[in-house]
Design a protein around this ligand. Sequence first.
Ligand code: GLN
Length: 482
Amino acid sequence: MIRDLHNKLINGEITSEKLTEEYFDKIEKKDPEIQAFLSLNKEFALDKARAVDKKIKNGEKVDLLAGIPCGVKDNICISGLPVTAASKVLENYTAPYDAAVIKQLKRFDMVILGKNNLDEFAMGSSTENSAYQTTKNPHDISRVPGGTSGGGAAAVAAHECVWALGSDTGGSIRQPAALCGVVGLKPTYGMVSRYGLIAMASSFDQIGPLAKSVDDAAIVLSRISGKDRKDSTSMPTADKNYEDMLGGADISGLRIGVPREYFARDGLDKGVEQKIKAAIEKYENLGAKIIDINLPKPDLALATYYVIMPSEVSSNMARFDGIRFGQSVGAESEKTGADYTLWDIYFKSRAKYIGPEVKRRIMLGTYALSAGYYDQYYKKAQKVRSLIKREFEEAFQKVDLILGPTSPTPAFKIGEKSEDPLEMYLSDIYTVTANIVGIPAISIPCGTTSVDGKDLPAGMQLMGKWFDEETLLNAAYVFEKS
Ligand code: GLN
C-alpha cells in the first residue's frame, strides 16, 4: 500500500495534496460514525503535503513515507497539537515538544492527519474507556474495535488513513489490529524510544505501527527504531531496512512453536481457533517445522501483568495532580471563590478529571506497592516475571517463532464487557506475555469468522526472539503473501 502510493506520488500520477484531501474527505464522510479521530490537523497536514509535492516536482528524492497520510495515537506528543490521552485531565493540553518517534518521522515528511482515539491513558481493551467517544469497529459498528489503539486500528481498517502509530503495553496494538483485520506490530522492548509517549507502565510500553500490510509495518519500524539518548531503555539497533528483507528468506525449516497451553482454554472462540489451526497448517505447507511446545499458562502471565502494570501506573499517574500536570479544580476556584487547600486540589482534581478504569488501576497499584503488601504482590509478581522470561528463553532454544491467537474472541459488542473489568482483562490473555518478556510480536489477519451473520476478522499472533524483528516480519510476510 505505502509503496504503491509512493510510486504514484513520484510518477506524478497523484499529488500528496490531492491524496491528503481525499483522506480528509473520507474522514468527513465516515468518522461521524466510526469516531476514530479525536482531533484533526488539516492545515498542517496540507502544508506538509504541498511541501512534499514541491520536493518531488524539483526532482528531490523523497522517502517512502513522504506525503503519505497517517494517524497518531493521542498519547504520543506532537509539538503544538493537542494530546489528551483520551482523558479529561488533559483536555485542552497542547504538547510542548515532539515525541522521539515523531521527531524521527518528521524527517521523512509523513503527513499527520490527526490524533486517534484510545482508552483513557491506554487502559482498556475496547476503546470504550475514552472520556470523549467510543470508536466503532468498521466491520460491524455495533462492536468495539478493540483497544487501546482502537482509534488507529479502526481508522486504518476504514481507510481513513494509510497507517497509524499506536502504543502497546499489554496488547494495545495487536488486539485492536486483530479485531479490525489489520496488521499490528509491537517491537522488542527497547527497540523504539518511549520519549514523548505518555507513560502507562514504563517497563512494558512500546510504540509501533498499525498498517494494512506487513510491508507497511516494516517500513514504519525501520524509521522509528534506534537508540535515543532521551530514553535510557532504548537500545542501539543496527540500522536495518526491514522492508528490504521481506520475502528474501526462505521459511522452509523455520521452527514455529505452538504452545499447547494457548489452545486448551474455555475462553477461546471456536471460530478463531479454527482459523489459527488453518494458519498452522498453511505454515506447514510452506515448509515450516511446527513444534509442539510448553509455555507457562497464559493465565499466569495475565495475573503477573495485572499486578506489575497497575503498580507502574500508580506511579506514572501521580503527576496528574492538578498542580504539576492536568486540569485543576484550583482554576475553577478562582471563578467560584471556593477556598481550597493544597490537599483539596489534589483530591478533588483527581476525583473529578480521572476516569473510573484509571482510578481502579491507581488503587490496585498503590495497594500492591504499599508497605506490608509489597513483598506479597509486587515483589512476587516480579519474580514470576523472571520465571516466565526464563521459560521463553528456553523455548527459543527450540523454536524461532511462537504462534497462537492474538485475541481469544472476535470483536465483541459495545457494552458487552464494560461492566465487568475482569472479563475485559481476559481479552489480553494472549498478548500480555510479549510485554512481560519484552519480545516482539505481530498480529496479522488470518481470515474471518461468522458471528450473527457478519464476517468478523480473526487475528493470529507471532512472537519472536528479542530484537529478531527480521524473522518475525519475514514469516508474517510469507503468510500474508500466500
Ligand atoms: N488491554 C491492556 C490493559 O488494559 C493493554 C493496554 C495497553 O496495551 N495499553 O492493560
